[in-house]
Each structure stands twice: as structure tokens, then as C-alpha cells.
Design a binder for this molecule. Sequence first.
Ligand SMILES: Cc1ncc(COP(=O)(O)O)c(C=O)c1O
Length: 455
Amino acid sequence: MSDSIKYLLDEKDIPKHWYNIAADLPEPPAAVLHPGTMQPVGPDDLAPLFPMAIIMQEVSTEREIEIPEPVRDIYRQWRPSPLFRARRLEKALDTPAKIYYKYEGVSPAGSHKPNTAIPQAFYNKEEGVKRITTETGAGQWGSSLALAGNFFGLEIEVFMVKVSFNQKPYRKAFMESFGARCVASPSDETESGRAVLAKDPDSNGSLGIAISEAVELAVQRDDTKYALGSVLNHVLTHQTVIGLEAMKQMELAGDSPDIIVGCTGGGSNFAGIAFPFIGEKFRGGKAMEIIAVEPAACPTLTRGNYAYDFGDIGHLTPLVKMHTLGSTFVPPGFHAGGLRYHGMAPLVSQLAHLGEIKPRAYHQTECFEAGVTFAKAEGILPAPEANHAVKGALDEALKCKKEGKGKTILFNLCGHGHFDMMAYSDYFAGKLVDMDYDESELAMALAGLPSVAAE
Ligand SMILES: Cc1ncc(COP(=O)(O)O)c(C=O)c1O
């Protein structure tokens, strides 16, 4: 097996449990607060938005959460996903490093997002929900929930951030193929959307705006709930199938990672690959360098405050403690739409705050350059979001070359870029510019953070 390219598992090797890192954290996560009372929220506060099974997972401290059989059954459509050894890339870079990548682009939507869309749709269906509303950035999450809604007979309404809606018109048709409805956000269908349009009719939109629109619709009808594609604990837990499979596959390869790299938007694919390994370290296993890569134009972990904030611009969500650029911050319209979020998963934020994760930020053109180098060697064209992880892995491999060290690097290639060809066209035409956020807008957004006593 020493010169294998792919490390494959059988369908029976799909994990039977997700891994919940809350069981192994050195200190308990900060409470989620009700913005009215500033007291910790209870299950009843969240019930208008989520089914009870999901709320219980959100607050669970059990290390293992059973994956329901109907979910494992659908996972079999694309799981276990392959682990590749990037031998051609290693050669192209002339590095002594060993590079492995877990490839989530094999899912029907083209990314890791169905790993949580399927269970979220399953639990909603079990509790009699008829309709789910959601936001989407890159379109990957909306596509995944559309797919999941189709499998479980649920109506799906998606608010897609306007700049991505315009960059990727075929995502709407993809969602419609599965019977979902997709609207550009900000829209005139909700109060939150109309409020943004009144101030800025040309608004690019943001995940924070689209979340407000989706939440607003969900709470209006008893048969409707809301689903989030990242950030929350249960979403990160569902994504750990990635890392749990990767652990078995690294064993097959007779190797173990020294460095793990993932890109971070809301933090779920990063958590998916990294949390099972971090958990093993917490339980006395090997220490690794864990690198979270984000866009320099939306630098939540590297530039944000670690503070309580809202998850959306309309302040309809509870307050969570996370790295944040401020809920009113609207990032520039760069191409990695899935990474344009002002906040970060509280669990990822806590681990960064504890120094367990090293965050790093890159500009978009250097990420596209890395993505094209990767594609030429490996034959897979990554999504613009995934290019951030590729760039992080490439830089680590080149550092190994400089230092003459043969470290083992594992990264999550969380999606393919087949819906992102306009971005690649712009890159090849030299039209892609490195956007910077507006410093004064950031200062204003941070100044507007809610004040929470005894943080
Ligand atoms: C391909 C891809 N990667 C990464 C992300 C970022 O999300 P997260 O940080 O939750 O993985 C997205 C979000 O839409 C995405 O589409």
C-alpha cells in the first residue's frame, strides 16, 4: 500500500456515532444568552426555531451521538469519502512533506454541507415539521438542504446572499431541481430584508442579513422551522464524520498528521476534519498543529473580538460568545461566498482563544493561485472557499521544503468549484482583485457589540 493514491473505506465503515467535542473541552463552553433577559437560553426558547432532537444535541456533553440509521443510509450515497495522498502535488512542489486531503466534493451538492443537511431534515421530519427556511452563502448549503428536503418530503425556502446569487446563477436551478425555492437576499419578502434595502438598495447582502430573513419567516408559522448550515454545535458535531473517517484512513496509510488545515467560514468543515483529532489530543494523544484559514477580507478569527454577539444583522438570534467582526459588518463581495460571515462557531472560537488552533488569513488571488497549482497536479478544481485550505497546506509544504522536514499534512478539500467558474474566469482574465474591508465600518460594527455583564 506504500504508493497508494486513494485510501478508501467500505460503506459499513461509515461511523455509527458523531463525535461531540464538548465532552473533552478543558473548560465548559460559554452559555448562550437570551438577548431580552441576558439569561442562559433553555430548550423552550429555541423550540420555535429547531426540533427538540437538535436542541438536545446543541447542549449535549455526551462524547458520542448516535447517527440514526436512515441518515447513515443516505450517507452511503457518497460516504465514506476518499482520502487522497497528493503524490503529484508533492512532486510538483518538490517537498519532503507528505500531503493528504480528505475530499468532500464527492457529495451530491459538491461539498461537506449534506453531512448536516441530511440529519437536520431527518430530525425535522420526525417531529412533524413541513417547511424549513434557511440562508446560503456560496449556495452549497442551500443546495444541500434542498437535496435533503427532497429525500424527506419537506418544503425548503432558501435566502441566498445576493452577491453569490449573481455570481452563481446555476445554484438556484440546482435547488429548484430538488423542489426548493431560492430568493436573492436582501429580498423584499421580509421586514429584515426591506430594512436593509431601504438603507442600501444595492446591498451585496451577507450571511448575517440572509439569516435574519430566514429566521423571521420560520417564527411566523407553526409548521416551519429554521436550519443553519454552520456555526452551531450540532452542525459541527454532524461534520465530524469527516475527521472520524480520516482517522481510519490515515491508519490505512500507516501515517498520522503533524499538521491539519481547514478553511473557516462559520467553522463547520474545519471542525469536521479537526475536532476528532483535537479530542484525541485532549484525551492524551498526539499534539498537532491545527491551522484555520480565513479570508483576509473577512478576518473573523484573526481580527475579530472574542465577545458575545448576535448571529444575524436583525438581532433575531440569541447571543453567543464567539469571534466576531460585529453583526452589522458587511464584508466586501469577494468570491469565497461561504466564508463571508461576521462570526465564528463558538466551539472553534473557544479553541482559538485557548490557543489550540492557529488562525491565519489570506487574500483571494493567492488562494486562487494555490487552487490552480493544486488542480494542475491533482486534477480537481477546488471551490474558492477550499482554496484557502489548499493555500494553507501548500505554504506548510513549502516551509517543510525550506526546513528539510518531512512532516505529514492533512487538509480538508471541502468542495469542488464547478459552480464557481465565473470566479476562475475572472482570475484568469486578471480581473480578480484583493478586496479589503472598510476599517471604519469594522470599527463601527465592533463598537456596536452588545454589552454583556460578567464576561
Ligand atoms: C465549499 C465550502 N467550503 C467552506 C464553506 C464554509 O463553511 P464552514 O466554515 O461552515 O465549513 C462553505 C460555505 O458555504 C462552502 O460552500
